[in-house]
Design a protein around this ligand. Sequence first.
Ligand SMILES: [Zn+2]
Length: 310
Amino acid sequence: MPSIIRTVGGDIAPEQLGPTDAHEHLFFTTPIQPGDEYTDVDRAIEGVQELARAGARALVDWTPIGLGRDPEALLQVSRATGMSIVAATGVHRDAHYDASDAVRGADAATLADRFTSDLVAARVRSGVVKIGASYHRLQGLEPAVFEAAAEAHRRTGAPLCVHTEHGTMGLELVEHLGRLGVPASCLVLAHLDRNPDPGEHAEVGQAGAYLQYDGPGRAKYWPDSTILDLIARIADRGLADHILLGGDAGRRSMLHAYGGGPGLDYLFRRFKPRLERELGAELSRMIFAANPARAFAFEPRRDGSAPIDG
Ligand SMILES: [Zn+2]
């Protein structure tokens, strides 16, 4: 079977993906960010229209089970905007779930069945599995979630999208998932720019995983120039084909549609033109189009249902 990218509107050929925001959340609720949740479909459409005007053609929504994940609503947004949207199944790091949350009662086998069914049998199918690690360790529900995601990957071929806490444990997570049967080339590690250490990132890239930087616009933590420097240093080491960029607007206070900023479009409106000016258009095309088309593609191994027509 040829490689595909599984969007909420159906499977597409990787070369159809186009310029991609590799990490977004069109809806998000979590007990650890009270007051910053957002679930409104019309406002999501508004944000995605901004992102489309800024030049994006696709986005990957990393919102996992229990935190506002809504594939049907993502399909609505995709149809209203023409944006290709990849949905996630999976479970975030432990801290995002209350003590009484239903996901805590599920063992690895149950979670693996749920992830698999979201990937191959749901009416609106997911195209990636999101999982999360804590700061320098796996704790609480995380080891079982990693096991379940690896099993879902072995069954379906779908890529795993991994939240790292402050960019920690990149190489350990790649090795851990490798022991569970997931090749590094099927892994995307998010938030590595929270620990802007190009030598450390190069080790993760050399191991074969995708390095995702998703902090543009977070001026209170670090300037965008930090991310541009990281990209230049990783490219110097011959690993530009492992870099992905995402906006990761996971709070309503970051979204124009809710009166916040810098907006869902910041990555394409402000950061991408600067990347092109400072590091060149060819590198930008690689990072925004060629790399996502590889990172999010897979050969489906088991396919329970026909794709939805667009
Ligand atoms: Zn995120």
